[in-house]
Design a binder for this molecule. Structure first.
Ligand code: CU
Length: 233
């Protein structure tokens, strides 16, 4: 696999995102080599030589315009190609939420912490048994998790590379998204939007547990007791 330097993927849709990255990487890579190769060739072929004065090339003839028009048309064609590849994937991952999520969590970014509300044993948000944590998100593996992403002060961006998930958090909005993990472990969470002086400290961890461990973790937590007073109205 050419993209072996990417962090391991643990989400059910991650391989599709990687596929889009690979397609873009190949197209851009070939263009880069082609453009730099042609440029290098021209530099050598047409370098300044004795007895040959420079000429002004206005580029108005159809023949010289073709040097712009053909590449522009090709770029557009490749762009449409990328669109064809990524469109259905975007539709599947970003435009639709699972009809019956196993769990809904709330993640609220503020300078400079991720405030995370887990639903607690009753499985529902905004009840007295909600569990609030800072920067630590704990979920059971193989479950469809829907998140409600919010921001308190400025724009933040929730970034969990191992899930291939990055989503801006915008003040005044609740943005919903989802993911489903395929393996247990602890993975980094970061803020991917420069949000102030402490931006770099806005890091957390995603803990993916098998169901028994998750239940154990749940039993050890103290509910925040905020109930329906917290979160969105
Ligand atoms: Cu931030």
């Amino acid at each position: 696999m050419m993209l072996h330097w990417l962090p391991i993927n643990i989400s059910t849709y991650g391989h599709k995102i990687d596929h889009v990255i690979l397609v873009i990487y190949l197209i851009v890579g070939i263009w880069f080599l082609l453009a730099e190769g042609i440029l290098g060739y021209f530099i050598i072929r047409y370098h300044r030589s004795k007895g040959q004065p420079a000429i002004f090339q206005p580029g108005t003839s159809l023949r010289s315009l073709m040097w712009v028009l053909i590449p522009a048309a090709l770029v557009l064609a490749f762009d449409i190609g990328i669109e064809v590849v990524q469109g259905p994937i975007w539709e599947e991952i970003k435009m639709n939420l699972p009809e019956k999520p196993d769990q809904t969590i709330r993640i609220r970014g503020r300078q400079f912490v991720w405030e995370i509300t887990h639903p607690g044993p009753d499985g529902r948000l905004d009840t007295a048994d909600d569990i609030k944590t800072f920067n630590q998100l704990t979920i059971p593996v193989h479950q469809k998790i829907v998140f409600e992403l919010q921001a308190e002060d400025v724009i933040h961006s929730l970034w969990i590379p191992n899930l291939r998930l990055k989503q801006d958090a915008v003040p005044g909005r609740t943005i919903r998204g989802w993911f489903e993990t395929m393996q247990t472990g602890t993975y980094p969470i970061a803020c991917a939007e420069l949000c102030g002086s402490g931006h770099g400290t806005m890091q957390g961890q995603l803990h993916v547990m098998d169901f028994a461990d998750y239940q154990k973790w749940l039993a050890e937590q103290t509910p925040s007791g905020e109930g329906a007073t917290s979160g969105t109205p």
